[in-house]
Write a protein that binds this ligand. Structure first.
Ligand SMILES: Nc1ncnc2c1ncn2[C@@H]1O[C@H](COP(=O)(O)OP(=O)(O)O)[C@@H](O)[C@H]1O
Ligand SMILES: [Mg+2]
Length: 316
């Protein structure tokens, strides 16, 4: 399932990217948190131009994996590399959209200023931005089709529209790897579809790699090149046909799983329960889905959501 054990007959990661340079490499990586092993001795390679859906039950380690790529959770063993180099905090090659975003909804700040804040670090918004930053803000707004939205305050935007601007923030400074942590939480199916399509279009236009975590596979099914499924300290990376199978998922969930395909959709079942849905039933935007929080400091949505040049990565 990983690069090394994929069968020779398997299709390439995505057309034309077979020889693409590695963007993210895990080399025998073990991740531990609070004495628990989240990921055990895992090796994998994700290449330039790949859209990878990151799935797995609540608490499987999707967020922790992204935090390790950002250098916020050091590997207990092994090496995580981004563009061939061991991870560092504040790597400008990575754009990051953290999982918690609910506090944005009440903000009066204008969309364009909100996007600019991420470029500006602590200097708060466009009035103080230099010409280069302003040009970059316009570039990312164009990329996401967000110029009109950018005139309006965040509080007047729908969840899907805010996601568009959050994606714009992540694209500042031309990152080669985007880590998008559950961008579909609390969006209705229509907005989910448009966010997935937007990310896919931008990802292909820029030829960058995306890790996109989600509760459910189906909204991502037509966008993703490969799936990275986490569970039980194990990761399976491969095409949908390779990973979304009874034996692989039963291993990851640690119980008997059935995979049912119907009308172009895939249902991951444990008995008569749809596990992806069941696992996240009580989750909402602003929640972490697990008891242990990272210090309870999430009430304020820090404007600076980019793993930025000043070495800060916030709101995680
Ligand atoms: N700061 C922390 N300290 C200890 N354990 C943590 C911390 N953050 C998360 N965890 C635990 O690590 C596991 C993985 O969590 P997480 O990466 O948030 O999973 P996911 O994003 O897949 O839901 C969970 O069991 C969670 O309770
Ligand atoms: Mg998470």
């Amino acid at each position: 399932m990983t690069e090394s054990d994929r069968p020779p007959s398997a299709p390439p990661a995505s057309s034309g990217t077979k020889e693409a340079a590695p963007v993210l490499e895990l080399d025998r990586v073990t991740l531990e948190l609070g004495g628990r092993t989240i990921l055990r001795d895992t090796s994998l390679v994700i290449r330039q131009g790949e859209f990878v859906g990151v799935l797995g039950p609540n608490g499987a380690g999707k967020t922790t994996l992204m935090r390790s790529v950002l250098g916020l959770v050091p590997a207990a063993h092994g090496v995580v590399r981004v563009l061939g180099e061991p991870v560092v905090c504040g790597n400008p090659s990575i754009g990051y959209m953290p999982q918690t975003r609910s506090a944005l909804a009440g903000r009066r700040v204008r969309g364009r200023d909100f996007v600019a804040m991420a470029a500006d670090g602590h200097r708060w918004g466009l009035p103080h931005a230099d010409a280069k930053t302003r040009a970059d803000v316009e570039r990312v707004l164009d990329l996401v089709g967000g110029r009109a939205l950018a005139q309006r305050p965040l509080s007047e935007l729908s969840g899907g529209e805010r996601q568009r601007l959050l994606l714009a923030q992540c694209l500042l400074g031309n990152p080669r790897l985007l880590l998008l942590d559950e961008p579909l939480i609390s969006l209705d199916p229509h907005h989910q579809k448009s966010v997935v399509e937007l990310v896919r279009r931008v990802q292909q236009e820029l030829g960058i790699a995306v890790l996109f975590s989600a509760h459910e596979l189906n909204p991502l099914l037509h966008a993703l090149d490969r799936v990275l499924y986490l569970g039980n300290g194990v990761a399976a990376l491969g095409t949908v046909d390779e990973v979304i199978t009874k034996p692989v998922l039963s291993r990851l969930y640690g119980s008997a799983i059935d995979v049912i395909r119907m009308n172009g959709r895939i249902f991951v079942m444990s008995g008569d329960v749809e596990v992806e849905k069941h696992d996240h039933e009580h989750e909402d935007d602003g929640e972490h889905g697990h008891g242990r929080d990272h210090g309870g400091s999430h009430a304020h949505a820090h404007p600076h959501h980019h793993a930025s040049r000043d070495g800060h990565t916030h709101d995680v």
